[in-house]
Ligand binder design. Structure first.
Ligand code: COA
Length: 246
């Protein structure tokens, strides 16, 4: 029968959940979490090298301190008294084009098949910044370096990684200073070389970051008093001076 809701990812067959054809009980028994993530996204189980690479990518996204919006959103939401699912959702909503989101747009650009010079010209001439490049603190992002080193060792440093390095060089020529590939750019290049569609870009960041969100939310509950707020000393009102209503 032609039913309305169709999926090729998972289903109940003979009374048991199957994911891309594998029984969930066999998966529970025989594979690890990263294998299962790859299976969900790609439809096949990964090779050992693919699993190791994806594992490294996911670890790089778990946490980068209390400062970034995803973690502060989650902790603020927890502090206000929301339950785990709401605080995690608040944290995920803190991910955006400037935080975690650059993976998707960078992978899209790398997957367009343009030469490095054309890619740089296209983005810069439209007044934008190239996603996946630049960092507030680092002149070389150690996470990007580690991901590329791992990709080289495992055989995933291919055309998209080479293109990302060429883009970095083009950008340096244009700007007269190094604007380094950041962790988002390195992830974008490697997942492109592993054959993932760019539209999964933010998904990798979300999958990893949820781990960090859960840990930070729990810590907020057990370590801090509820209703944290920005201290008054750090807030400045610079609007209209007090005035009377007529
Ligand atoms: C991450 C980021 C916000 C850091 O910015 P920053 O340290 O404040 O950099 P600055 O604003 O001081 O920029 C310094 C110069 O480098 C340029 N620059 C920085 N990142 C750039 C990029 N990705 N593409 C093109 N130019 C870039 C700026 O235009 C600026 O040039 P100018 O001096 O001619 O005006 C910025 O690099 C960026 O927007 N990157 C793209 C988004 C991204 O990858 N985010 C994920 C970060 S992990």
């Amino acid at each position: 029968m032609d039913k309305k809701w169709k999926t090729s990812i998972s289903g109940i067959v003979d009374g048991e959940v199957h994911i891309h054809g594998y029984k969930i009980t066999d998966l529970i028994n025989q594979v690890n979490f990263t294998d299962a993530i790859w299976l969900e996204l790609k439809g096949e189980l990964p090779t050992e090298k693919e699993r190791t690479m994806l594992d490294a990518i996911l670890i790089s996204t778990i946490d980068n301190g209390m400062g970034p919006p995803s973690i502060t959103n989650a902790r603020n939401s927890a502090s206000a008294g929301n339950p785990m699912q709401a605080a995690v959702a608040a944290g995920v909503l803190g991910i955006g084009e400037y935080h975690g989101g650059a993976i998707e747009e960078c992978a899209r650009l790398l997957q367009m098949g343009l030469a490095a010079s054309k890619l740089v010209e296209k983005v810069i001439s439209s007044g934008d910044r190239i996603p996946g490049f630049g960092h507030k603190v680092y002149t070389e992002d150690p996470r990007a370096k580690q991901i590329f080193e791992k990709a080289k060792k495992l055989g995933f440093f291919r055309e998209h990684c080479e293109l990302a390095v060429a883009v970095e060089q083009e950008l340096e020529k244009l700007k007269g200073k190094k604007i380094p590939i950041n962790v988002d750019g390195a992830i974008a290049a490697v997942v492109s070389d592993m054959g993932f569609d760019y539209r999964l870009g933010k998904g990798f960041f979300i999958i990893g970051r949820v781990v960090g969100l859960v840990a930070h939310i729990f810590e907020e509950w057990v370590r801090e008093k509820p209703f944290r707020r920005v201290p008054n000393e750090e807030i400045e009102y610079d609007g209209v001076s007090p005035r009377k209503l007529k």
